[in-house]
Design a protein around this ligand. Structure first.
Ligand code: ARG
Length: 595
């Protein structure tokens, strides 16, 4: 019996084939397969209902005809039953559960088997994308964490993922920064913490150049020099980008992030003229008091007739490019240069209007020019708030630096890990270096997981106590579940990379069956998370899997004398291990052998 990773897909094809034999396919039958309520089965197909209604037939009779036409292998894989007005329920037979588990036997194999609709496609993911010359703060956490998880999910689905950090490295602020730098730069401070010094210099530059002052004219002159390629200013600006990237990379390292490209806004300076030309040529953009703008008259908010017209500003009245101009050029570059089939941009919800207008404009522009049209996704997320629901701030009301936040996560995790360690028998205690390593994985993992485990559209309430709790839908709970499975192998003197599972019989006890069914659902969880670009579906699944494992572990002893029972329980343990680890790795977490 060969069972594919995505059993729901397999059922979908089997049902289409069965319906085809009945001539229903030509009449628009759609199987509508979904994961079922466990009380009824593993999957259910609802398509007979809509079809029968359209055809004015009895839905139960239609469903029964389809079931009767299923191929022998599908009938051997599932127990099928009709329910309600014409739903078909499918429950995997224990032998099929065993076959699926036997075939999916390593993280690498799961990855191979999971490749699906996006196999071979090119997906550009634009995430993190902070502005240079400033430290990353808590507001930058979500884009980095969510973006990285999406990259991994898309790659798991077979896509070739291009990680692109769209740095905000261009704009009027550099005039003031250069102005401040030339007057007050402190070499020792630059040496110590360059980005902090740049922030200080920008503030000094900003305060010294109030509106209408001659100093502001000087700062503007610095900007014009930079824009015109003055070597000194260009060298300074390059230095700003370099030190910023180096500081960002320290954070990215801790979050397991490595970008393929850091193509910031400046990269598109010489690419915006083509945007102006083509949007004008195609009649999409028009002049509005000297600026070049695009209206979308079919759209209630972006139409010229809207109550407050809010056109997409392609070029400003003073001839300068802006956020919209570079993003248009960026979309074209990604399409042509990276041959993007899909582009995902991860920012907070406040940029929704911008991206809606961008995507509308790109859609019309590319259609007019006959360019390939990638799928465009703006992945948004809510704000990070404290437990009081207000923006998260330091005690004295300042912004929390991302570095400080990650440091605190490790310190807090270290306190928990060392306290637990002290309770262990002497011989089993971790060394201090081991405690620190565990605390790093648990602390950073807790921050990542807390962010990923809720629906990204909601605001995210930041709570150290909740995210570091050892029970609940948290990273420590899941990392601990991994370590616990590993300890079974260790205590039995077995190599978890080569579990002795030969001779395993199909799952039998209620807990074995429930765990096996949950394992098979990994495919559906990954699919939901990838299709909807929402990692929380995978988190919820992993939490439920860990629960099913706990129930199994509490009910069924693993290392028993009967070799067939021992083999099948070790099989369940091992597959739980690889699914939990694969899932956590997809979310960007580092898993631990012991904890
Ligand atoms: N630098 C921007 C910011 O800090 C985010 C950029 C997002 N990507 C893009 N292509 N616009 O808000």
């Amino acid at each position: 019996m060969h069972l594919p990773f995505h059993l729901a897909n397999h059922l979908d094809s089997a049902l289409r084939a069965a319906a085809g034999r009945l001539g229903f396919g030509d009449r628009g039958f759609e199987p509508e397969v979904r994961v079922a309520d466990p009380a009824h089965g593993d999957f259910q197909a609802n398509g007979a209902l809509a079809f029968a209604k359209r055809e004015k037939q009895n839905p139960r009779a239609v469903a029964q005809q389809i079931v009767d036409q299923l191929d022998a292998e599908t009938a051997a894989t599932f127990d099928c039953s009709l329910a309600g007005p014409g739903f078909i329920n499918f429950r995997l037979k224990p032998a099929a559960l065993l076959a699926w588990l036997a075939q999916h036997d390593s993280e690498a194999h799961l990855r191979e088997a999971a490749a699906g609709a996006r196999r071979g496609q090119h997906w550009v993911v634009d995430y993190s994308s902070p502005n240079t010359a400033k430290q990353m703060h808590v507001g930058h956490l979500r884009s980095a964490v969510i973006g990285e998880a999406l990259c991994r999910l898309l790659a798991f689905n077979g896509a070739h993922v291009i990680r692109d950090n769209h740095l905000g490295d261009w704009g009027t602020q550099f005039g003031k920064l250069i102005y401040g730098y030339k007057r007050w730069a402190d070499p020792a401070a630059l040496e110590r913490d360059a980005i902090e010094e740049l922030e200080r210099l920008y503030k000094l530059g900003h305060n010294a150049t109030p509106e209408g002052s001659p100093e502001l004219d000087e700062a503007r002159a610095e900007l014009v020099k930079l824009q015109n390629g003055d070597p000194e200013n260009v060298a300074l600006w390059k230095k700003f980008s370099e030190v910023s990237l180096a500081a960002f990379q320290q954070i990215y390292d801790r979050l397991g992030i490595r970008f393929d490209h850091n193509l910031g806004e400046s990269f598109y300076n010489d690419k915006v003229d083509r945007v102006y030309r083509e949007l004008t040529e195609t009649g999409l953009a028009e002049d509005s008091a000297g600026a070049l703008v695009v209206f979308h008259d079919e759209h209630p908010r972006f139409s010229r007739h809207a109550e407050r017209p809010n056109p997409f500003m392609v070029r400003k009245a003073d001839g300068a490019s802006g956020y919209a101009s570079t993003d248009l050029a960026t979309a074209l570059y990604r399409t042509e240069h990276f041959q993007a089939d899909g582009i995902v941009i991860v920012t907070d919800f406040r940029q929704s209007d911008h991206f809606e207008q961008l995507f509308l404009t790109v859609g019309k522009w590319f259609a007019a020019k006959n360019y390939r049209r990638p799928e465009l996704h703006h992945v948004t997320f809510g704000a990070v708030t404290g437990e009081d629901g207000k923006a998260l701030k330091t005690r004295d009301g300042g912004t929390i630096k991302l570095k400080a936040l990650l440091d605190e996560a490790e310190v807090r995790a270290y306190a928990i890990v060392t306290a637990k360690n002290a309770e262990r028998p002497e011989a089993e205690r971790f060394t201090d270096a081991e405690c620190r390593d565990i605390a790093r994985a648990v602390g950073i993992g807790a921050v990542q997981y807390a962010d990923l485990s809720q629906n990204r559209s909601s605001n995210y309430v930041f709570s150290w106590d909740k995210m570091l709790a050892l029970d609940g839908n948290t990273a420590p709970y899941l990392l601990y579940a991994v370590a616990r499975v590993r300890s079974i192998f260790r205590k039995a003197g077995l190599d978890p990379a080569q579990p002795p599972t030969a001779g395993a019989t199909p799952p039998e006890t209620p807990q074995e069956l429930a765990l096996a069914r949950k394992l098979v659902q990994f495919a559906d969880a990954v699919r939901a998370a990838t299709q909807q670009l929402r990692p929380h579906f995978l988190c919820l699944y992993l939490f439920e899997l860990a629960g099913a494992y706990s129930a199994f572990y509490a009910a069924d002893k693993v290392i028993v004398d009967d070799p067939a029972v021992r083999a099948r329980r070790l099989l369940l343990c091992h597959r739980t291990l690889i699914v939990l680890e694969s899932g956590l790795h997809l979310l960007g977490l580092r898993t631990l052998e012991r904890m």
